[in-house]
Design a protein around this ligand. Structure first.
Ligand SMILES: [Zn+2]
Length: 140
């Protein structure tokens, strides 16, 4: 299974299983196979594939990209095997069966991830601008 780190847009809608499911319109496996689109969405994945890479998916929560899926794969197991620190993968339960406490806890952690990501992007942009100004100031 090849893993890369292409970023997924931090789209809050992907916290919702149905929204994730809608990204799997062109999934490579059929509904009667274990690695079907419903199970992929349930296990936290969104479809990130293309014509050249038709079985690529990423976790909305931890951003882990995986491809090389096989029809018999269990998306929950694969998710946890390749992203042991992912709090979503650790659930191993469909969101319909979460307790309110689990839902709130996961939502809280996800908000932190999104805020951290926004902070990093802002920090990188400001650092880049600062370095540009510094180089300009060094000329004079
Ligand atoms: Zn994950």
């Amino acid at each position: 299974m090849i893993v890369n780190s292409q970023p997924v847009h931090s789209n809050l809608n992907y916290f919702d299983q149905q929204q994730r499911r809608e990204t799997f319109k062109k999934w490579v496996f059929k509904e009667n196979q274990p690695c079907n689109a419903d199970k992929m969405a349930e296990a936290g994945f969104i479809f990130t594939g293309s014509l050249r890479d038709p079985d690529s998916a990423a976790c909305f929560f931890c951003n882990k990209h995986l491809d090389g899926w096989e029809a018999a794969d269990d998306p929950w197991k694969e998710h946890l095997n390749h992203a042991k620190e992912c709090d979503f993968a650790k659930m191993q339960v469909a969101q319909d069966n979460w307790t309110l406490a689990q839902w709130l806890d996961l939502h809280y952690k996800y908000q932190q991830i999104v805020i951290d990501k926004m902070y990093q992007e802002k920090r990188n942009a400001v650092t880049k601008m600062f370095n540009k100004l510094k180089r300009r100031a060094d000329i004079y």
